[in-house]
Design a protein around this ligand. Structure first.
Ligand code: TRP
Length: 334
C-alpha cells in the first residue's frame, strides 16, 4: 500500500510502433485506474536490449512512448511514469531473484521459445532471464495488481512463484501480485487476419493501425480490411472480421455492439468500413496533436522524467534494502 492505495504496476516496451490495439486494449484503460490505485507505468527499456537495438532509435522511441503515456491522459503527477533504466534497483533486484529462479522454470516460458526461434543468431542470457527482470519490476514496488494481456500471464505466474518462494524462506518480504481483472480493454485483431491479434511486430503493415498513422492511411487500411461474404453487419463469432470492426467502432465511440448492429441494419461493409475509419481518426487525431504539442515541451517533460525517476527510486530502494538484508548482504556504513 502507498498512500492507502493498492499498488499497480505495468510497463510497455518502446520497440516497434504502437498500434491501435495497444491503445484501446491497454493504455486507454490505464487512465481510469489512477484514482483507485497508486500506479507505476514504466517504459521498460532494459527489456528492449534483449533484442539488438539501434541506440539512437531506442532512445527516441523510449521518449516517444513516455510522451504518449502522458498525451493519452495519464497525469504524471498522479501516476509514476518513468524509464526502467533510471532506477538501478530493477537490475539489482533482478540479480538477486535470478538466484531464486530455476533454469527449468525459464525453459518453459513460451515467449522465450518464440523469441529465441525468431532471433536464433542472438539467444543471449538476457533473453532467457527476461521474465526475472519483469518479476523484479513488479516486486520492487510491492505491487498488488498488474494489468497484463494474456501473452504475459505466464510471466506473471512465474513472478508469483518467485515471490512466494522468497517469502517462504525469509518471511513476508514481497506482496504477491495478482493479475488485474477489472474492466479489460477491447481485444483488437489484425485487419488482415482477424484470427490474429493486432501486433506491432506484424510483417504486414495493413493489418495494424499505428497510433501515428495519418488519416488517409487509416482510411485506406480500413477500406482494405478483411471481412467475409455474408454481406450483413452482425456481431457474431462466425464473422470475425466484421466483429473486429464493430469492436473497434464500439471502443472508439462508446456504443454497444447491439447499437451498432441497429445503426447499420440493411447497410453493407462499404458503409461500415469508412465509419469505423472516421471513428478511429476522431480518437487518434487529438492524441497525435497532443503528442506533437508535448514533444515541444522539452523542459516540462525533462522535469517529469526526473521527478518520477526519483519517486520510483524511493519506493524501489525501500524494497531493495530489505531484500539485501534478508539475503545476508553486509550493512551499509554511513
Ligand atoms: N514484458 C512485458 C511485455 O512485453 C512488458 C513488461 C515488462 C511488463 N515488465 C513488466 C508488463 C511488468 C507488466 C509488468 O508486454
Amino acid at each position: 500500500m502507498i498512500n492507502d492505495k493498492k499498488v499497480l504496476f505495468s510497463g510497455m516496451q518502446a520497440t516497434g510502433n504502437l498500434t491501435l490495439g495497444n491503445y484501446l486494449g491497454a493504455l486507454k484503460n490505464w487512465i481510469t485506474l489512477s484514482d483507485e490505485y497508486e500506479c507505476f507505468y514504466s517504459v521498460v527499456d532494459m527489456h528492449s536490449i534483449t533484442v539488438r537495438q539501434d541506440p539512437a532509435t531506442l532512445r527516441k522511441r523510449a521518449r516517444a512512448l513516455l510522451t504518449l503515456y502522458i498525451a493519452a491522459g495519464l497525469d504524471p503527477k498522479k501516476n509514476c511514469i518513468y524509464y526502467q533504466s533510471h532506477v538501478s534497483g530493477h537490475a539489482e533486484l533482478a540479480w538477486i531473484l535470478n538466484c531464486f529462479t530455476y533454469m527449468g522454470e525459464l525453459n518453459r516460458m513460451t515467449q522465450f521459445k518464440d523469441k529465441s526461434s525468431k532471433h536464433a543468431d542472438n539467444i543471449n542470457a538476457g533473453l532467457f532471464t527476461y521474465p526475472v527482470l519483469m518479476a523484479s519490476d513488479i516486486l520492487l514496488y510491492q505491487t498488488d495488481v498488474v494489468p497484463v494481456g494474456i501473452d504475459q500471464m505466464q510471466h506473471l505466474e512465474l513472478t508469483r512463484n518467485i515471490a512466494e518462494r522468497f517469502n517462504n524462506i525469509y518471511g513476508d518480504v514481497f506482496t504477491v501480485p495478482e493479475a488485474y481483472i477489472g474492466k479489460v480493454g477491447a481485444k483488437i485483431m489484425s485487419l488482415q487476419d482477424p484470427a490474429k491479434k493486432m501486433s506491432k511486430s506484424d510483417e504486414n503493415p495493413n493489418g495494424s493501425i499505428y497510433l501515428m498513422d495519418d488519416p488517409d492511411t487509416i482510411m485506406r487500411k480500413f477500406k482494405r480490411a478483411v471481412t467475409d461474404s455474408e454481406g450483413m453487419i452482425c456481431y457474431r463469432p462466425e464473422q470475425p472480421g466484421v466483429k473486429n470492426l464493430i469492436d473497434i467502432y464500439c471502443a472508439c465511440t462508446g456504443k454497444t455492439p447491439q447499437e451498432v448492429e441497429r445503426e447499420f441494419a440493411g447497410k453493407g461493409y462499404g458503409e461500415l468500413k469508412p465509419a469505423v475509419g472516421e471513428a478511429v481518426i476522431a480518437v487518434l487525431k487529438p492524441l497525435q496533436d497532443e503528442v506533437a504539442r508535448l514533444s515541444q515541451e522539452k523542459s516540462y517533460l525533462d522535469g517529469i522524467i526526473k521527478e518520477n525517476a526519483e519517486k520510483a527510486n524511493y519506493y524501489a530502494m525501500k524494497t531493495l534494502r530489505k531484500v539485501q538484508k534478508k539475503v545476508g548482504f553486509p550493512e551499509r556504513i554511513r
